[in-house]
Design a binder for this molecule. Structure first.
Ligand code: HEM
Length: 517
């Protein structure tokens, strides 16, 4: 073969030319696609000038809170329109529009999130019939199936039955922490992992919850999937990019691990009392099972894991609240075991589920305040109806059909007209006397509100109460610290531009002594 023949393909075109032409075609079609943006519609709020005409609002993905604040200030009503990639979006603010956003049945939840918060791994269908193709009530598709299964899994009786195991899990983790002898922990690692164990136990399976190696492996994959989302991967999901490859690989690994567990159970005829068994016994396909488990981990882990760590940090920073919580934990423990000679961690084992759920009002106030301060991120919806949804009484501004909508939680949670000194950690603002969260409708949206309240709230609060109570039962003299164990009073700043709950950029540790009883 001579040089001329080897440089040409079979049809006579040189390979380099074919590759160049292919790349050029890809580039031109990408540019054409990027520029083909559907219009917002005439009564949508004004299109912000704080974005590129071609690329759309890149800052919505890189500096979300700053972008929304700035663009909102430039709009007479605070509402404005922009493009996230090719998606037309309306950003709303204020009491009236928030109420519409949370209450309108035309604004769909999952359609909004699937486009603007891409993050869950894809699971390819197998040959079985998908339960998620079935319609439930007036909802249909995977989200209806997902919600139905999750509600079944987090019902009172299942939480009651699962409580003894959760308490054992908490103790195992804290025993291990105490045994290290370091007396120092990064709660965004240790407590986050404890929540992962709880989540795996409650919405997935015992085999992984009981196996430290599998727990660590699946958590790594989960974090890989979660962290692989980039502005480009959301704005232009069809562009070939590394983030998508990483996400697919990590999603694939999770698939293999969970499929291995399901297959082993089926092969050995093993029956377990857990969420996975509930799905298998309901006749769900392997695809639906995996989509459910991964979806539930995504819905639950980040928020619960990060917030449980934050409440420990905040309460440690405020000796008054630390002592109030300690007294509350002692009171509840004493109510259910009168043998005060038992160590607190033993007395807590007798506390029934009703008390874990209802008898920690101070912890609850402290959690709400942590959540309020950590309100980075936005809610998403899409108008899936064939008509415009007015966002004010006059109907002069609307979310047109087919258009997305977003609401930044900080709009209400950091509003000084509603929350006095909003940057202060001050749980008493939720006391009946002050009730700042009642100053406006939906003034606290940390658990969602209106048509989409959080389906995991009961479980998340339960986890939180268990973590706080047992942490205080195991450890005393708790202080904020640096990595070397030296004391600090510095709390990491909240990055309001984060898209979801997020570990702080700056680390903080908790140091402690092992409790005497
Ligand atoms: C501290 C922990 C948690 C926080 C702060 C939290 C917060 C929220 C918020 C704010 C929403 C509403 C979002 C919106 O309206 O756009 C929501 C919805 C939801 N949450 Fe949570 N969540 C937590 C834990 C969990 C857990 C543990 C699960 C399940 C394992 C869960 C499952 C869900 C689901 C399925 C929805 C959607 C409900 C629907 O489609 O109507 N969450 N959550």
């Amino acid at each position: 073969m001579d040089a001329t023949t080897s440089a040409k393909g079979h049809d006579g075109i040189a390979p380099w030319l074919a590759v160049t032409l292919a790349l050029l075609t890809l580039l031109l079609s990408s540019a054409y696609y990027a520029l083909q943006k559907p219009p917002h519609g005439s009564k949508a709020p004004p299109l912000t000038k704080d974005a590129s005409a071609v690329l759309g609002a890149f800052a919505f993905f890189t500096q979300r809170w700053d972008f929304q604040q700035k663009a909102s200030r430039h709009s007479p009503t605070g509402n404005f329109s922009f493009y996230a990639g090719k998606w037309p979006v309306v950003s709303i603010r204020g009491e009236e529009a928030r109420k519409v956003f949370l209450e309108s049945k035309d604004l769909a939840f999952s359609e909004g999130y699937s486009a603007l918060l891409a993050g869950s791994p894809e699971v390819k269908p197998d040959n079985n019939v998908l339960a998620s193709d079935v319609t439930h009530g007036n909802e249909s598709g995977f989200s209806a199936y997902f919600n139905k299964r999750l509600i079944a899994m987090l019902k009172g009786n299942r939480l009651r039955d699962g409580l003894p195991q959760l308490l054992q899990d908490a103790r195992l983790v804290l025993d291990e922490m105490a045994a290290t002898g370091k007396n120092l922990t990064d709660p965004f690692d240790s407590i986050y992992r404890m929540v992962y164990k709880f989540t795996m136990r409650t919405v997935a399976c015992n085999e992984i919850a009981d196996d430290p190696v599998l727990l660590a492996k699946t958590l790594k994959c989960f974090e890989e999937v979660e962290g692989a989302t980039t502005p480009l991967s959301i704005m232009y999901p069809w562009l070939p990019q590394w983030a998508t490859v990483r996400r697919t690989i990590a999603g694939g690994r999770l698939y293999v691990i969970f499929k291995g567990v399901v297959d082993a159970r089926k092969k050995n005829g093993t029956w377990q009392e857990d969420a996975l068994q509930h799905l298998i016994d309901s006749g769900d396909s392997i695809t639906d099972i995996l989509k459910f488990v991964l979806g539930a981990l995504f819905a639950g882990q980040l928020n619960s894991g990060i917030n449980a760590a934050w409440i420990l940090v905040y309460m440690t920073s405020k000796p008054y609240w630390l002592s109030q919580i300690r007294q509350e934990v002692d009171r509840v423990a004493d109510r259910y075991t009168h043998d005060t000679s038992l160590p607190l961690k033993e007395r807590l084992m007798h506390v029934p589920i009703e008390a874990w759920e209802n008898e920690f009002p101070i912890v609850d106030m402290c959690l709400r305040e942590s959540m309020r301060l950590q309100s980075s991120g936005s809610f998403f919806r899409k108008n899936v109806s064939d008509h415009a949804v007015p966002i004010n009484k006059e109907g002069t501004e609307v979310i047109p059909p087919g258009v997305f909508a977003t609401y930044a939680l900080g709009d209400i949670h950091y509003n000084p007209q509603v929350y006095t000194n909003p940057d202060e950690y001050d749980p008493t603002r939720f006391s009946p006397e002050r009730a700042e969260d009642k100053k406006q409708p939906y003034a606290f949206v940390g658990w969602g509100a209106g048509r989409h309240p959080c389906l995991g709230m009961r479980f998340a609060k339960l986890e939180n109460n268990i973590i706080v109570a047992f942490f205080l039962a195991y450890f005393s003299d708790i202080k904020l610290a640096n990595a070397d164990g030296s004391e600090t009073t510095r709390i990491p700043e909240t990055n309001r531009n984060n898209h979801t709950a997020h570990k702080p950029d700056e680390h903080v540790w908790l140091k402690y002594k092992i409790a005497a009883n």
